[in-house]
Each structure stands twice: as C-alpha cells, then as structure tokens.
Design a protein around this ligand. Structure first.
Ligand code: ADP
Ligand code: MG
Length: 694
C-alpha cells in the first residue's frame, strides 16, 4: 500500500462518498437522519440505495447484507445478490430503499433468551445510518440493528444506541445549566485489543484450542514471562508481516488502527485504534477482531482472542477508553483551564464516581463471561472488585473539597469551585496505575475489566446508562436550585463525601486490597455465577427502563442468555477435557508406564540396579493415571448433568461448584504427568512448543 491516505476508507460509503454521489437535498436529508435521528424518508432511501449499489458494484461487490451483532458476541450476515430477473430472461442489478432500510433474516437460531419463540422465527434488521456501510469480501455490508417481531432488541447495537441517546439527553440538561452552545453529547470509545498469535499447524493439534479457543491442559514451561522480555520487544518478521497486512485491511475499511506492539506474554500483541464515537468504535472493534482472524490464517497463524488461552501467563483484555464530548469538540472529562470549565469537569467527574460506586454490580456483569472469569483476579488483570483510580493529585483535590479546606497542592490554589482555577495536572501523573479496573487517565476513563473476546458494546451500554442516571439526578437537583453556584458546590461536596469509598489508588492486585475493599463494603463478585443474579434486581430494572435502554423483558432475556452461555461454555470445556484425557493423555501416560515397567523388568532380569527415578516415576505415574481416570469419570457425569439443566437458575452455581473444581483436579494430575512423561510420548504440543517456536 503506497498511498495510505487514498486507500484509507476506500471500501467505506462514508460522508465524502455520499457528498459526491448523492443529490444535494438527499445528502442533506440523510445527514439530518444521521445527526438528529430523524426518520428516513423512503424516497430518500431509494436514492441512497441506488447510489450505494452503483458504488459497491464499481468496487467489485455482487451482494449486499445487513451486518448485525446478535447476542452471540460475533457479527452475523446473510448475503443477497443484487441480481434480479429483468423479465426478459436476463438480469439487472438492483437494490431498493426498502432493502436498504430493512431485512428479515430467519432469527430462530440466534439466542433470544425467550424473547422469540422459534415458531415466530422472524426477526428484523434495520439500517443504522449512523454507522457507514462498507464492502467486505465482495458484499456491501449495511450496519444494522436486530430486533424481534415484537420490537424487542435481539442484538448489542440497539441498546448501545439507546444508551447513547440517554447520556446525550442527561448531559445536555447539565450543559444547559452551564450555558453551553453544544447541541449534542456523544460518548467516545477507544478499545485497545489484545490477542495471541500461534502457529496454525500446532494449534490444530490441540483439541482444546480448536474447540474451546483456550488450553485446558498444559504444564508451566521452563520460561514464562518472568524475564519481561516480550513487552514492547522487537516484533518478529512473521508477526510483523501479519500486522502490516492487518493494518492495510483495516485502513481500507476506515478503521483507524494506530498502535501495535508486543504485549507482556510471549506471543501476545496489542492493537489500539484512534478513538471514535462509541457506536462506530464498537462496529470497528468487531471488524478488527474478524479481520485479525482472517489475516492470521493467511500467514499460517491462528489469532486467539479468548481471554485466558494459557494458564500462568497473562490473559488478554480489551481496555475500554471512554470519554464524553460535545459536537463543539469539547471533551467533558478534560479539566479545562477556566473556573467554569473546572466546575463542569468536577461535576461530570462526580457523576462518574457516583455511577461506578452505585453500580459496581452492573460494571462487573458487563464483563462477565466464563472466559473472562479466568482473567479477572489473576495476577495480571484487575480484580473482580470494582474500584476507581484517580491519581494522587486529583484525589487530593477531592479530599480538599470534601474537608472544605484549601487545596495544598503544587500551586497552593484555593479550591472554591466555580471561582478559582484548578491546578492543571499533567496527564502523566494519572497514568501509572495499571492495576485499577476503572482508571482516570488524564481526560478519559480506562475501564480495564472487559475481556479480549467480547463486544465492547455491553461495557459501553452500562457506563453510558449509569452515568446518565447520575447526571439525571444532578440535573433534577440543580435545575430547581435558587442559587446555581452554591447548589453546585454543595452537590459536588456531598457526592464526594458519599462515594469516595470507591476511590482506590493503591495496588489492586494485592491481598490487602481485598480485605480493605470488604471493609469498605465494596462488592466482590469473583465469578459470572456470582455476578449475574444482580442483573435482574429491582434497582437495575428500574434504571434500564427509566432510560429506555432495556425493557424489563429485555433485561431478563439478557440475563438468561448470559447464564446459559456461561454454563454451555463450561460444560463444553469439561467434556473437551474428558475427551482429551480419555483418548490422548491417559493412553499416552499408560504407554510410558508400560515402557518404564519393561525397563524395570529388563533391569531385574539383568540383575542390574534399578535407578531410583525410574521406580519413583513409575509409581507416581500410576497414581496419576488412577487420579485422572477418577476425575474424568466424575467430570463427565457432572458436565452431562449441567447440559441437561441449562435452563435452570441454579446451573451457574452448579458449574462453578461442581465442574470447575473437578476440571482443576483433572488438570493438576495431567500437568504433573506431563512433566514426568518422556517428550516423545506426549500426545500434543506443549506450552513450550506453542509459545516459543513461532
Ligand atoms: P495506553 O496503553 O497507555 O493505555 P494506548 O495509546 O495504547 O495507551 O491506548 C489509548 C487508547 O485510548 C487509544 O485507543 C486512544 O485512541 C484512546 N483515547 C485517547 N483519548 C481518548 C478519549 N478522549 N476518549 C476515548 N478514548 C481515547
Ligand atoms: Mg491502556
């Protein structure tokens, strides 16, 4: 790719293309739909569809598809060709406004959590004009929402758009009180994507990787990541070639891929885009994940997005960098330079503090998957306890406000909000704590709990909604105040006092923090099974319905889908372990036992002494073989029990208590056996093979 600016977005029907190809009044009408959410007129849609089709055909497309994000977490598409009979035995290429706006895929095989009975298979996809159409693999892809016949959301985009509307509405109420010129507020998101790359041939030799996307067995290799030599290290040529092609593919799709580097674990890497609107960022992150997998295959690699592919080394996250900005380009989380900007900043900051403290459960739920549970609370990821990092300086400012004393910071400025200027604190001082789940990083928050495989839609839905709720309460209070400045002062002070327990600037990985958090009354929900019951609490249903993000039915259905998928994943992993242990590992260990036994016999026959390690290994392997057989039997029975009871409310707890511990037992025995067994006998590639031979 020689001319990147020219190639960038070349497969996207973006604003420039629209401007060039649409009649002026049609372009204006579409722009209003996009910016103000006005309904799209069918005559306008017809003209847009015609222009899109012609553009797409020029770019080599033959098909179109509504591209949507069902609850599976990946994207879905159903392709129709533009080919239409012309009535004279030939064909024309056609695409109508109706086809652009609405599609009706059979929805019966997508998870709906009881929202759509299978006999009522119809679902609707509807174009989301706020996200540009693009061309992928010869198809014009139309970003769409997906709902049931009854209008309930069956996807991740619909609630995201609703939550963006909610936070816009409440932020505007606040901004009006400060006399804003802005007309619209939008949440922004920059999702940093971590991933692993492993050799495809080796990957395919492991059933656990192929079926579950993560290893279920594997002894610790002699070298893990203790030397810290991979993070930001020189990128190997094979990986570099992959990254180059990935960037090029993404740029053509208009994805602002920016940063690439090696991550902490061997074979682990990261891609970060330039941030954009939460809606576009979510779409682009889905495209990024899909493109990573596709490009990896072309390089004889497999891209692993699962959150914890290898035990004992870092898992992969997806840091959700989140901020709020106005259509005038003002970042509402930027401290600003003038007194009123400071006060406005402090108010928005307080809104986030209050939101995180009051809705720890929802933030935890927004990242709850079977895969991510292995990561949260392991040594590299933030713990399952939600807290916030603000940095020393900002915390000191809040403390001063809380205590009603002067801020004794570097510049010793008085801190009466709305009157004096906040000291400017350099971004650097706030960006050092990597252990916090929710960290203020200068002019945005970085939510570090999301796992690498998940859509960033859910975390954004939750952050948008809970902050909207804080802002709503603030606006109610301030709109009715007689003296705005004194009400504002009181409100900020009150909020800090009430919610400062959520602020923690120390080491989130430490054991002391667990104890301290408990002491502060913060929630600790280590597993998805612990977190999910909170989703349907009265408080949460009230929150989501008030802001029209989910209906009560939608909350309940989402809860059911999350629970069922948690159980299904664990049961599948358990059965995969049984398969591997029964068909590969135990037979391999037994063969080696036989070899050792033969050695012992031969030595005895030769009246030679038997080396101690031979008899000791033989004895231990026999014990381990027995242990593995016993665990396997139990695990299979429990996994089958879980699979029969997927619809039960208790299934999550059952998986947590009756499957995961037995999986642990089986793995411990197998991993020990791996270390005692001769290399040639081991039936699949080891951690060392996978991580160091790329
Ligand atoms: P780090 O690894 O130090 O967190 P990176 O540069 O890897 O930093 O990632 C930072 C991410 O945050 C990028 O995706 C960037 O675009 C995004 N970002 C920067 N400013 C904002 C903002 N105001 N709102 C949302 N995201 C932002
Ligand atoms: Mg980061």
């Amino acid at each position: 790719m020689n001319n990147i600016p020219e190639a960038f977005g070349s497969l996207v029907f973006n604003r420039e293309v629209m401007k060039e190809r649409l009649p002026e009044e049609v372009y204006r009408s579409l722009k209003h739909t996009i910016q103000r959410g006005e309904d799209l007129d069918i005559t306008v849609a017809n003209v847009v569809a015609e222009a899109m089709k012609n553009w797409a055909i020029e770019k080599g497309a033959t098909h179109y598809t509504h591209w949507f994000q069902p609850m599976t977490g990946i994207t879905a598409e159903k392709h129709d060709s533009f080919v239409t009979p012309d009535g004279k035995g030939g064909v024309i290429m056609s695409f109508s406004g109706k086809e652009l706006i609405k599609g009706e895929p059979d929805a019966s095989s997508f998870p709906s959590g009881g929202l759509r009975a299978t006999f009522e298979a119809r679902g609707y996809t509807a174009w989301d004009p706020t996200s540009y159409a693009f061309i992928k693999d010869g198809s014009l892809c139309i970003p769409s929402v997906f709902c049931s016949y009854g209008g309930e959301a069956l996807d991740k985009k619909t609630p995201l758009l609703r939550s963006m509307e909610a936070i816009n509405e409440q932020s505007m109420r606040i901004l009006k009180l400060f006399g804003t010129e802005a007309r619209h507020v939008e949440p922004n998101c920059g999702p940093e994507q971590e991933y692993f790359l492993v050799d495809k041939a080796l990957f395919n030799k492991r059933e656990d990787l192929v079926v579950c996307g993560r290893t279920l067995f594997g002894a610790k290799p002699p070298k893990g990541q203790e030397l810290e030599d991979h993070y930001f290290g020189a990128i190997k040529p094979r990986i570099s070639a992959f990254m180059k092609e990935l960037d090029e593919e993404l740029w053509k799709l208009g994805v602002l891929s920016k940063t690439k580097h090696n991550e902490a674990a061997p074979c682990q890497h990261e891609l970060a885009p330039v941030y954009s609107s939460a809606n576009t960022a979510t779409d682009h992150n889905q495209l990024t994940m899909e493109t990573m997998k596709k490009v990896a295959e072309r390089h004889g690699l497999v891209c692993i997005l699962q959150e914890k592919p290898f035990e004992g080394i870092n898992g992969s996250g997806k840091h959700d960098n989140w901020s709020l900005s106005t259509d005038k380009g003002v970042n509402l989380l930027s401290p600003g330079k003038h007194p009123y900007e400071n006060a406005q900043f402090l108010l928005f900051l307080c809104a986030v503090i209050k939101a995180v403290d009051e809705h720890q459960d929802l933030l935890r739920i927004s990242v709850a998957t079977a895969g991510n549970d292995h990561r949260l609370g392991a040594h590299e990821a933030p713990p399952a306890i939600v807290s916030m990092f603000l940095g020393d300086e900002l915390t000191a400012i809040l403390d001063a406000i809380d205590e009603g004393v002067d801020y004794k910071g570097a510049e010793k400025l008085q801190m009466e909000i709305g009157v004096h200027v906040l000291p400017t604190f350099p971004k650097d001082t706030t960006d050092r704590n990597r252990t916090s789940p929710f960290a203020f990083t200068g002019n945005k928050f970085e939510f570090r709990m999301p796992g690498s495989a998940m859509s960033v839609a859910e975390p954004n839905v939750v952050i948008n909604t809970i902050v909207a709720e804080s802002l709503r309460q603030f606006a109610d209070e301030l709109e009715s105040a007689e003296d705005f400045t004194s009400a504002l002062n009181a409100l900020i002070r009150k909020t800090i006092k009430k919610h400062k327990r959520i602020i923690f600037n120390g080491d989130g990985y430490s054991r002391e923090w667990k104890r301290e958090a408990e002491h502060r009354g913060l929630l600790n929900l280590p597993t998805t099974a612990d977190a999910l019951p909170y989703f349907t609490s009265e408080k949460n249903i009230e929150l989501f319905t008030r802001h029209k993000v989910y209906t009560e039915k939608e909350v309940r259905s989402r809860h059911d889908i999350l629970l069922e998928s948690y159980c299904k994943i664990i049961a599948i992993e358990a059965l995969t372990m049984c398969d591997m242990a029964g068909k590969d590992i135990i037979p391999a260990v037994d063969s080696y036992i036989l070899k050792l036994a033969k050695t012992v016999n031969s030595l005895k026959a030769a009246e030679a002494p038997i080396p101690h390690h031979v008899s000791a290994t033989l004895k231990r392997l026999i014990e381990l073989s027995d242990e593995m057989s016993a665990s396997l039997k139990r695990l299979r029975a429990n996994a089958e029990h879980a699979q029969r009871n997927l619809a039960s409310e208790k299934c999550g707890v059952y998986c947590r208590d009756e499957l995961i511990p037995v999986m642990r037992e089986l793995r411990n025995a197998a991993d020990e056996a791996e270390q005692l067994t001769e290399r040639a006998f081991w039936p699949f590639p080891t951690y060392g093979d996978l991580l160091y031979y790329i």
